[in-house]
Design a protein around this ligand. Structure first.
Ligand code: MN
Length: 259
């Protein structure tokens, strides 16, 4: 039965601080790290503000900007149609809003990623997490904590590239297929994308995109403050713009956490 007092109580607890609202979103500015692909491919553009007026002769009482951005810039949501395996599935505007909100599970591999930037989450990690914490949440998010967001204001450190490409944590092809077979809404990361920096060379390339988006699930990227979330029990709300036919969108991602 619908009980409107539940929402009233929730609002009161948010207002009182009894439920904390944690912002998992990276700020958007010209130096927000973006993915760089090999030069033979099309490239996404950095975020840019283009001033229209600022209380001046172009608009005496108002300040506003045009924005220029890729869909996959900063904290953003990957829609299923971003990948060829999800072609014909939901675009970002077609995702039912109830599928943008769900319980979050956090798997913490920050120590491992600090030692090895190419660290890959594997199936045994997911099995061990579930032995300790219960099943991955049905219609929920799995958030992969790596500590990588600490590099988020330094694009070079964030990309961590050398002549063999980028070195950032991700998932194995087996773990990607495992996640695709769960009841999760999607998989969230601190890095520029849901796949590892070295994933262009994996078999298949970009296995997380291939399996997870192909299964109609979503990706969330460049998340911050995952260290402020409990292992289970947070409620995550991802709010991408409804770009009609779009493959993704910058998103505000918030977590509700009982204080
Ligand atoms: Mn993306």
């Amino acid at each position: 039965m619908a009980d409107p007092t539940e929402l009233t109580a929730l609002a009161a607890r948010i207002a009182s601080g009894g439920i904390q609202v944690i912002d998992l979103t990276s700020p958007l500015h010209a130096d927000t790290p973006i993915l760089q692909l090999p030069p033979e491919f099309g490239q996404t553009q950095p975020f840019r503000l283009e001033e229209i007026s600022r209380y001046d002769d172009r608009g005496p009482a108002w300040y506003w900007n045009n924005i220029r951005t890729g869909e996959h810039t900063g904290t953003h949501l990957d829609a299923p149609n971003h990948w060829v395996t999800g072609r014909g599935k939901e675009d970002v505007a077609s995702i039912p809003p109830r599928r943008l909100i769900g319980p979050a599970a956090v798997i913490d591999k920050a120590a491992e990623a600090a030692k090895n930037p190419d660290y890959l989450l594997d199936v045994p990690d997911l099995e061990k997490w579930q032995e300790e914490n219960g099943e991955l949440p049905d219609k929920g998010w799995l958030l992969f904590r790596t500590g990588w967001s600490a590099r988020g204001d330094d694009p070079a450190a964030f990309a961590n590239a050398d002549d063999r490409g980028s070195h950032t944590p991700g998932v194995t092809p087996e773990a990607a297929r495992y996640l695709a077979g769960t009841g999760l809404l999607g998989f969230g990361v601190e890095t520029v994308g849901t796949d590892a920096g070295q994933a262009p060379g994996f078999t298949p390339p970009f296995p997380c995109h291939e399996a997870v988006l192909g299964a109609g699930k979503y990706g969330l990227t460049q998340l911050r403050n995952l260290d402020k979330l409990p292992v289970t029990g947070a409620l995550v709300i991802a709010a991408p713009l409804p770009i009609v036919t779009g493959s993704g969108s910058p998103a505000r991602v918030l977590a509700l956490v009982a204080a």
